[in-house]
Ligand binder design. Structure first.
Ligand code: URA
Length: 410
């Protein structure tokens, strides 16, 4: 295999074979293909794209660059969800225990927040003692007990993706449909799934800004997922407004606890049920019952305990994560709330300290926003539009100033 010729072929719009792609990824994973060659290839893919067959081969090669979880023949069906990320998107914390109540297994390997979108692992780590780093043998031992697990990627899962994503991040090659498809799917397929629902977001608070970009990504994810043997389906959702009524790590856990106790905001509960229906064997009505009668809440508490967390802290999160300043942001006009822009809100929450700019940055579990009013609601002047949880008055005021630029009341 002559690597420069393969890069040139892609640069000229040629189609690489499955064997060539698998050879390139294997060489890169072993360290025999230097970063500068892989960066050049990523840029060629960025400009020339990949056929469906190439994207499938790339996903497969990245999947097999590390270990793939193997489950016994008689094990329950494995299902999962992947979201392309958004503001206040906390659905995984409710969905995984709900699906586990349905008798399927959910071996959910999740990520951390980067930029304006939050990450499931960061949210869960605001629960005292909760452990997100599990070895593969711990995963095999624990999943049959709980039916759901929410852990980080192990060192052995998709090492090619870890290396390639780090390069894409610094070479302007993140926004490529085939590269995104392979990166997302290889990690999900490594869980040994039968069914996968993909929640592809678009809008101001999403990775994909337009519905047509989201549609293109969705199409690619479903086609490649199915080609690799998983029953993949997709839901497009608009992320011009945050999901639910909070954004921030501990604040989102508090909201999920409410949802698991049957008192979640309607938009969050509806999204969870839509996603659950896509991979479940039960009807929407049955799933809604499991969510409202305490079964999903009991399952979540069991999962928290099994992962080292203290379930009795879940209803005490407000006291555990006390923040020095809670600032009420009030409406300066009456009318209908036309916009509470998710992208602007996400940037404010990031600047409060809830997110990270670099993958190595720490996150503050306590800060964020809650009691968010929803687009379409009637607002009266002086009413609370949202609350800002901040480390200082100055930080709260800076957040308010930013959030104000994304609010429209008419
Ligand atoms: N998320 C991923 O895991 N990979 C991408 O390339 C983009 C989003």
């Amino acid at each position: 295999m002559h690597i420069p010729s393969l890069i040139e072929s892609k640069r000229e719009g040629g189609e690489l074979s499955r064997e060539q792609i698998s050879g390139l990824i294997a060489a890169f994973t072993r360290g025999d293909m230097p970063d500068y060659q892989m960066s050049a290839l990523a840029m060629a893919i960025f400009f020339k794209g990949m056929s469906g067959a190439e994207t499938t081969a790339l996903t497969e090669a990245m999947l097999h660059s590390g270990s793939v979880l193997q489950w016994p023949e008689a094990a329950p069906m494995r299902v999962d969800k992947h979201s392309t990320g958004g503001i206040g998107d906390k659905t995984s914390l409710v969905l995984a225990p709900l699906l586990a109540c349905d008798g399927v297994w959910v071996p959910m390997i999740s990520g951390r927040g980067l930029g304006i979108t939050g990450g499931t692992l960061d949210k869960l780590e605001s629960i005292p003692g909760f452990r997100t780093q599990f070895s593969e043998s711990e995963i095999y031992k624990t999943l049959p007990i709980t039916g759901c697990l929410m852990v980080g990627q192990t060192a052995n899962i998709c090492p090619a993706d870890k290396k390639l994503y780090a390069l894409r991040d610094v070479t302007g090659t993140v926004q490529s449909i085939p590269l995104i498809t392979a990166s997302i799917l290889c990690k999900k397929l490594a869980e040994g799934l039968n069914r996968l629902i993909l929640d592809v977001k678009y809008g101001s608070g999403a990775f994909m800004q337009t519905e047509s970009q989201a549609h293109e990504l969705a199409q690619s994810l479903v086609t490649v997922g199915r080609a690799l043997g998983v029953r993949a389906s997709v839901r497009l959702s608009c992320m011009d407004e945050a999901t639910g009524e909070s954004a921030g790590n501990a604040l989102e856990v508090i909201e999920c606890v409410r949802c698991l106790q049957g008192q979640g905001p309607p938009d969050l509960e509806a999204l969870v049920l839509d996603l659950a229906c896509a991979v479940s064997i039960s009807s929407r009505a049955e799933l809604a019952k499991m969510l409202r009668d305490g079964r999903a809440w009991a399952k979540f508490q069991q999962m928290v305990e099994v992962q080292g967390g203290k379930a009795d802290s879940l209803e005490q999160m407000q006291n555990i994560h006390r923040v020095p300043v809670i600032h009420e942001m009030k409406a300066t006009a009456s009318g209908r709330l036309m916009k509470l822009d998710a992208g602007t809100l996400g940037r404010a929450v990031l600047e409060l300290g809830a997110g990270r700019v670099l993958a190595s940055d720490p996150v503050d579990p306590t800060v964020g926003v809650d009691q968010l009013r929803k687009v379409g609601q009637e607002i009266h002047v002086g009413e609370v539009l949202l609350r800002i949880h901040a480390r200082s008055q100055a930080a709260a005021e800076a957040a308010e100033k930013r959030i104000l630029t994304g609010i429209l009341i008419e």
